[in-house]
Ligand binder design. Structure first.
Ligand SMILES: Cc1cc2nc3c(=O)[nH]c(=O)nc-3n(C[C@H](O)[C@H](O)[C@H](O)COP(=O)(O)OP(=O)(O)OC[C@H]3O[C@@H](n4cnc5c(N)ncnc54)[C@H](O)[C@@H]3O)c2cc1C
Length: 477
């Protein structure tokens, strides 16, 4: 296992026999957790700590659905840790002083964590590593959340990739990702004397009103559940994945995204389990397995793009798009989109699925995003923020990356002039209106709203606006 170099000169460890502190973040699991494995291998008692930090400079506070998931995931992790003899310590606030204080309280000899890739998160981690190192405490970070570290995948010219296909070819040209580490069977707990917040006291779950009923029905957060879902998917849905993954009425995709977002399962575990499943498949079914792994590759790509473009959620990746003449915000149209009352059945079905379950099928995410940007002419950042607040898989890389992909302002993006027609998309991908009926029961009756815009007119307006981008900068694409 390789650790990153600590900052500055390496002083002698102050407490070589002190316990190890494992700082858990977007890796809420015990299996294939390199930081935890390193702590156990160090041979000293281990303290498991989670800090809810939404206050350090630049850290983006989580949305409502993410808070709900986080509560369930932490409860599940605490139970899994307890079954192995350890307590999960919870603290809330700025991570830098909290980790320092915890390490001191514990008399820690080492602090281990798995890396994060956003700029603000990296700044926090760098400062903490420097503080710990200065105090003579070993501080090591590990690769636990991505298959390929962003600085290891470069074009021949040494620059980051901006197009997915060569990026993924470069990733897969080398040796396969390392095998997953097993979860420790038991833990020698160092955290007994440490105070911990009460999870319920964090009030991450909604109460008045409790809007999470649909989320509870749709999802079962936690490490064990992530593995059960993956096994079911690989057994039953992997072979037809290639042909059915675009049909929202089918349960044809893996539903791994929130489990991956919170690190309840690692991409390495998914990679290797899929690889094993692939060996038993031939023809189209084997192609499905490759296709599924390619989707995992899109997640990698989004993170690599975020690593190199820290402002991904706020700034156009292609600066030419700054000239896009967004009209003044039409708040009524935005609300109709958010509430699934646009009068376009597939858009409304998607937005209501999102509100009810905290998720939305990928094809419909593309359709609803395209509708917001290109038919309502509303800035992609408004949509990204709504998804950030309502998705259980709201991801700092995948969410802004995909919004920019649909807008045409991002990496390897869909060209702006390619405007999804939501009615044609409905006919093609939900031909029997099954998905629409599941989510919009009043569709086809008098109570269903009339269309709020004319698709042809708004498409033309969007293309005219795009011409202004082209005029401002001849080749934005
Ligand atoms: C506007 C928009 C916003 C999105 N926001 C998010 C987000 O916040 N979080 C998120 O995880 N995904 C996001 N996606 C990507 C994608 O829609 C979801 O990952 C997918 O729907 C999750 O379902 P699944 O796990 O069943 O996918 P599967 O088809 O089973 O794919 C397997 C895994 O591959 C990854 N993946 C698949 N497609 C993509 C993609 N386009 N970009 C990045 N990773 C991908 C996910 O980790 C997913 O779990 C967004 C897509 C769009 C168009």
């Amino acid at each position: 296992m390789t650790a990153t170099a600590t900052t500055g000169a390496t002083p002698q460890p102050a407490r070589p026999d002190g316990p190890s502190l494992v700082w858990l973040r977007d890796d809420l699991r015990l299996g294939d957790n390199p930081a935890l494995t390193a702590a156990v291998e160090r041979g000293r008692p281990v303290a498991l700590v989670y800090i809810l930090d939404e206050v350090s400079p630049g850290i983006r506070p989580l949305g409502g659905a993410a808070h709900w998931w986080l509560h369930q995931s932490l409860a599940s992790l605490a139970a899994d840790a307890a079954a192995r003899g350890a307590r999960l310590v919870l603290r809330r606030g700025a991570a830098e002083p909290l980790i320092g204080a915890l390490a001191e309280e514990l008399g820690a000899g080492a602090v281990f964590w798995n890396r994060r890739y956003g700029a603000a998160e990296r700044d926090v981690d760098t400062a903490i590593k420097a503080n710990l190192t200065d105090a003579g405490i070993v501080a090591h970070s590990f690769a636990g959340s991505l298959l390929f570290e962003p600085w290891t995948i470069r074009t021949g010219g040494g620059t980051p990739y901006t197009v997915f296909t060569p990026f993924w070819r470069a990733c897969t040209a080398g040796p396969p990702p390392r095998a997953p580490y097993p979860a420790p069977e038991e833990l020698d707990d160092a955290a007994r004397g440490l105070g911990s917040d009460d999870l319920t006291g964090w009030a991450l779950e909604p109460t008045r009103p409790d809007w999470a009923g649909g989320l509870r029905e749709a999802w079962s957060p936690g490490e064990a559940s992530a593995h059960e879902s993956l096994a079911t998917f690989l057994d039953e849905a992997l072979p037809p994945y290639g042909t059915e993954r675009d049909l929202p009425a089918q349960q044809a995709t893996s539903r791994m995204s929130p489990h991956l977002r919170w690190g309840e399962i690692s991409p390495h575990q998914i990679w290797h389990a899929t690889d094993v499943a692939r060996r038993g498949l031939t023809g189209a079914a084997a192609t499905s397995a490759t296709r599924f792994l390619t989707e995992i590759g899109w997640r990698e790509f989004a993170y690599h793009v975020l690593f190199h473009a820290p402002d991904l959620a706020t700034a156009n990746l292609r600066a030419g798009f700054d000239a896009f003449p967004w009209p003044p915000l039409d708040a009524e149209a935005l609300t109709a989109w958010q509430q699934g009352r646009t009068g376009f059945r597939l858009v409304d079905a998607g937005m209501r699925e999102l509100w009810r379950t905290g998720s939305m099928h990928n094809r419909i995410r593309m359709v609803t995003a395209s509708f917001l940007i290109k038919n309502l002419l509303i800035d992609w950042r408004q949509g990204e923020q709504w998804f950030w607040d309502t998705l259980v898989d709201a991801d700092p890389a995948s969410n802004p990356f995909n919004w920019q992909w649909v807008a045409g302002s991002g990496a390897d993006a869909a060209p702006y002039f390619r405007v999804f027609n939501p009615e044609l998309q409905a006919t093609k991908f939900d031909p029997n209106n099954e998905y629409v009926r599941q989510n919009v029961p009043e569709w086809g009756t008098d109570t269903y709203p009339a269309p709020i815009v004319d698709l042809g007119e708004t498409r033309r307006a969007a293309l005219a606006a795009y011409d202004q981008v082209k005029a401002a900068r001849p080749d934005p694409a």
